[in-house]
Design a protein around this ligand. Structure first.
Ligand code: UD1
Ligand code: UDP
Length: 363
C-alpha cells in the first residue's frame, strides 16, 4: 500500500508528523509539502526528521486563496499522475487540505481525512476553513474524527457510519512526544521577567483581519497597562496582515514582548510556563486543556466546543472591552481562575496515530 501525505501549513505539519512516523513503519509513505507555509513549516519537519519527497514551493508574500487553490490542485495532480498512490491523506481545513483532497478525488484515489467533522456551521467563520472542511468531508473515503461530537456532525450530514472512526486528535500525540523527547530550552524565556505571570497570545485568523485584530490588540494594550507586572508574550504569525497591525499597536510597550513565531517545542514549553493563554488558534485550543491552562478564545465561534463545555476554554469574541473584562476577571478572581485551570483531555490520550494506522491498514 502506497500513501501520499499532502499538507502545507504549520498546524497540519504538527498534526501529521507523528502519523507519518507511525505509518512509515509498515507502509510506503511519501510526503508532499505544498509550500503554503515556508519558515513556519521547516522547523517542524526538522524536529520530526521528515524530508519531503515533493515540494510545490508555492508561498508568496500575502498570497490569496485563488492563487493557492489553483496551484495546489494542479501541482498535486501532476504528482498523482506521475506515481500511483492508493491513499492521499490530508488534515484539517486549510487550502492545502481542500485542494489536495480535490486532486486525489479527480484522480479517483482514496482520501483519508484526519481531524474530520469539526463544524461551526457558519461559512463566514472561520473563513474559508468551514467550507474547506465541509468540502473535504464530501470527498473523503475515511473520516478520522477526533471526538464523539465530530462523529455526530458527520453522521448528521449523511456520512456512512462505517466510514467514520473516532480517534482523538493527533495533536495530543505530538504534544506528548515533545514533552517526552525535547527538554525545555534554557534560553527560551530570557526576554521576559520570568518571576511574573505570563499571558501567552497568538492571533492570525482571516476573519479577524482588520477590525478584529485591532480590537484584540487594543484589549492587550489595556491589559498591559492595568497589570504592569504581567508579561504579555506574543509570537506573531508571519502573515503581513497580522504583523502590521500588531507591531503598530503593541510595540514599545514594556511588558508586551512581540516575538518571531517560535519553534514547536519552544512554544509548548512556553505554554506550560504561562498563567493564561489568549488566542484565536485552533491547535492552541486543543493543547492548552491538556496542560491545564485556561484559554480565552478571541473569536466569535469555535468548532472546538468540547473544552468550552469542560470549562477550561471560554469564547470571548473580538470586542476589545469584552476581551479586557474577561481577562481582568480571571486575573483578579482566583477562584474563577482556578476553576478554569483543571487539566482536561477532550481530544484524546495521545494514541490517535495508532488508531488511524490500524484503520488504514484494515482498508
Ligand atoms: C493558513 C490557513 C489557516 C491556518 C493557518 C495556520 C488557509 C486558508 N488558511 O492561514 O487555516 O489556521 O494557516 O497558521 O489555508 N507566511 C510567511 N511564512 C510562513 C507562513 C506564512 O511569510 O512560513 C506569510 C506569507 O506572507 C503568506 C501569509 O503569511 O502569504 C499567509 O499565509 P496563508 O497560508 O495564506 O494564510 P495563513 O493566515 O497562514
Ligand atoms: N505554534 C508554534 N509556534 C508558535 C505558535 C504556535 O509552534 O509561535 C503551534 C501551536 O503549538 C499549535 C499550532 O502551532 O500546535 C497552531 O497553529 P496555528 O495557530 O498557526 O493554526 P491553527 O491551529 O489555528 O489552524
Amino acid at each position: 500500500m502506497k500513501i501520499l501525505f499532502v499538507f502545507g501549513t504549520r498546524p497540519e505539519a504538527i498534526k501529521m508528523a507523528p502519523l507519518i512516523l507511525k505509518l512509515r513503519q509498515d507502509l510506503d509513505v511519501k510526503v508532499c509539502v505544498t509550500g503554503q507555509h515556508l519558515q513556519m513549516l521547516d522547523n517542524i519537519l526538522e524536529l520530526f526528521k521528515i524530508v519531503p519527497d515533493f515540494n510545490l514551493n508555492l508561498m508568496k508574500k500575502n498570497q490569496n486563496l485563488e492563487y493557492l487553490t489553483g496551484k495546489i490542485l494542479s501541482g498535486v495532480t501532476e504528482i498523482l499522475k506521475q506515481e500511483k498512490f492508493d491513499w492521499v491523506l490530508v488534515q484539517g481545513d486549510t487550502t492545502s487540505t481542500m485542494a489536495g483532497a480535490m486532486a486525489a478525488f479527480y484522480q479517483k484515489i482514496k482520501i483519508g481525512h484526519v481531524e474530520a467533522g469539526l463544524r461551526t456551521f457558519n461559512l463566514e467563520d472561520p473563513f474559508p476553513e468551514e467550507l474547506n472542511r465541509q468540502i473535504t468531508s464530501k470527498m473523503a473515503t475515511l473520516h478520522f474524527a477526533p471526538t464523539e461530537k465530530n462523529y455526530q456532525n458527520l453522521l448528521n450530514e449523511g456520512c456512512p457510519k462505517e466510514k467514520i472512526h473516532i480517534t482523538g486528535n493527533t495533536i495530543i500525540d505530538s504534544l506528548k512526544w515533545v514533552l517526552k523527547n525535547v527538554p525545555e530550552p534554557e534560553e527560551s524565556l530570557e526576554f521576559a521577567d520570568t518571576h511574573e505571570p505570563i499571558i501567552l497570545v497568538t492571533g492570525h485568523r482571516r476573519e479577524n483581519f482588520g477590525d478584529g485584530l485591532i480590537q484584540i490588540c487594543s484589549a492587550l494594550k489595556k491589559i498591559a497597562k492595568h497589570f504592569p507586572h504581567i508579561q504579555i508574550v506574543y509570537p506573531v504569525h508571519l502573515n503581513p496582515n497580522v504583523q502590521n497591525p500588531v507591531k503598530r499597536i503593541l510595540s514599545k510597550i514594556k511588558n508586551v514582548h512581540l516575538l518571531k513565531p517560535l519553534g514547536y517545542p519552544e512554544f509548548i514549553h512556553l505554554m506550560n510556563r504561562s498563567h493564561l493563554i489568549m488566542t484565536d488558534s485552533g491547535g492552541v485550543q486543543e493543547e492548552a486543556p491538556s496542560l491545564g491552562k485556561p484559554v480565552l478564545v478571541m473569536r466569535k465561534t469555535t468548532e472546538r466546543s468540547e473544552a468550552v463545555e469542560a470549562g477550561t476554554v471560554k469564547l470571548v469574541g473580538t470586542n476589545s472591552d469584552n476581551i479586557f473584562e474577561e481577562a481582568q476577571n480571571l486575573l483578579s478572581d482566583h477562584s474563577k481562575f482556578k476553576a478554569m485551570s483543571i487539566a482536561h483531555n477532550p481530544y484524546g490520550e495521545g494514541n490517535a496515530c495508532e488508531k488511524i494506522s490500524r484503520f488504514i491498514l484494515g482498508n
